[in-house]
Ligand binder design. Structure first.
Ligand code: AP5
Length: 253
C-alpha cells in the first residue's frame, strides 16, 4: 500500500509545507485554477478528490494543513499553529494572519503548472483579497469559483457519518460512501477516524462562522464574474457531472 497523499507528491508539498514538488503536466493540457466554496460538510473535499481525477489539478485544503500539524510533536508546532489547532477543535475560524502565513509558505503550489483546487481557502473577504493579490503578482487568474449548495439538515447528516483517513486524508461516509473494508482506507490502508470538529457543538459553531464570514464571498466572486452555483444534491458523481458541465462555459468565455 502506498503511503502517499492521494498518490500525488504535490499534495504532500502543500500539506507538509515542504519545498514545491516541481511536477509539471506530462503533456500540455488545460490547466484549471478553481476555488471550491460552500458550507462545512457540503462535500467540497469529496468533490475535490473527484475533480482532481477529472481535471488533473491538485487538491489544496487549508483544513488538511492544520489537521496534519496536529500530528506533529509539540516542539514542531509554532505558537500560531497551536492557536490555530485550538480554534479548529472548537469549530472557530483560524485567524486570517495565520492562514495567510501558511498559504504564503506554500505559494509555489499556487503557481504549479498542474493548476489547483482550493478547498477551505479563502474563507473570509480579507483572505480572498490576499489571494487575489498573490495570484496577481504571479500573473495567474482564477478560472471559476464553484459554490456548492445544500439544505442544512442534509449537510448535518453528511457530517455525522463522515470518516477521514488518518493517512492520506481521503473522505468517506459510513452510509453513502463506505470503504470496501469497514474502518480502513481504500487508498492507503490507514485507519479511518472521525474528525474532532464533527461533534454537534463544533458543527453549530462552524455553521455560524460560515454564515458570518464565508457567505459574503459569494457576492465577492459573483461581482467578479467567477461564481458558478452547483446543486450538491444526489451522489458525489452526479454532483461532479453537474460541475463539469458548467466549466466549459468558463473555458470558452
Ligand atoms: P475544513 O477542513 O476546510 O472543513 P470545512 O470547510 O468545515 O469542510 P469540511 O471538510 O467539514 O466539509 P466538506 O465540504 O469538505 O465535505 P466532505 O467532502 O468532507 O476546515 C476545518 C477547520 O479548519 C475550520 O473549521 C477552521 O477552524 C480551520 N480552517 C481551515 N481553513 C481555514 C481558513 N481558510 N480560514 C480560517 N480557518 C480555516 O463531505 C462531508 C461528508 O459527506 C463525507 O462523509 C462525505 O463522504 C459525504 N458526502 C460528500 N458528498 C456526498 C454526496 N454527494 N452524497 C452523500 N454524501 C456525501
Amino acid at each position: 500500500m502506498s503511503d502517499t497523499l492521494q498518490d500525488k507528491p504535490d499534495r504532500a508539498a502543500w500539506i507538509k509545507g515542504a519545498a514545491g514538488c516541481n511536477i509539471e503536466p506530462a503533456i500540455p493540457v488545460r490547466v484549471w485554477r478553481l476555488v471550491l466554496l460552500g458550507a462545512p460538510g457540503v462535500g467540497k473535499g469529496t468533490q475535490a478528490q473527484l475533480l482532481t481525477q477529472a481535471l488533473g489539478a491538485c487538491h489544496l485544503s487549508t483544513g488538511d494543513v492544520f489537521r496534519n500539524a496536529k500530528t506533529c510533536g509539540p516542539r514542531e508546532q509554532s505558537p500560531p499553529m497551536r492557536a490555530a489547532m485550538e480554534s479548529m477543535s472548537k469549530g472557530q475560524l483560524v485567524s486570517d494572519d495565520t492562514v495567510l502565513g501558511i498559504v504564503r509558505e506554500r505559494v509555489k503550489c499556487l503557481a504549479c503548472g498542474c493548476g489547483f483546487l482550493l478547498d477551505g481557502f479563502p474563507r473570509t473577504v480579507a483572505q480572498a483579497e490576499a489571494l487575489a493579490k498573490v495570484l496577481d503578482e504571479k500573473s495567474i487568474a482564477l478560472d471559476a469559483v464553484l459554490d456548492y449548495q445544500l439544505p442544512i439538515d442534509e449537510i448535518v447528516s453528511r457530517l455525522g457519518g463522515r470518516r477521514t483517513c488518518a493517512g492520506c486524508k481521503a473522505v468517506y461516509h459510513i452510509i453513502s460512501r463506505p470503504p470496501a473494508l469497514s474502518g480502513v482506507c481504500d487508498v492507503c490502508g490507514h485507519e479511518l477516524v472521525q474528525r474532532e470538529d464533527d461533534r454537534p457543538q463544533s458543527i453549530r459553531v462552524r455553521m455560524e462562522a460560515y454564515h458570518r464570514s464565508t457567505l459574503p464571498l459569494t457576492e465577492f466572486y459573483r461581482a467578479r464574474g467567477l461564481l458558478l452555483t452547483i446543486d450538491a444534491h444526489g451522489s458525489a458523481e452526479q454532483v461532479l457531472v453537474r460541475a463539469l458541465k458548467q466549466l466549459p462555459a468558463v473555458a470558452t468565455a
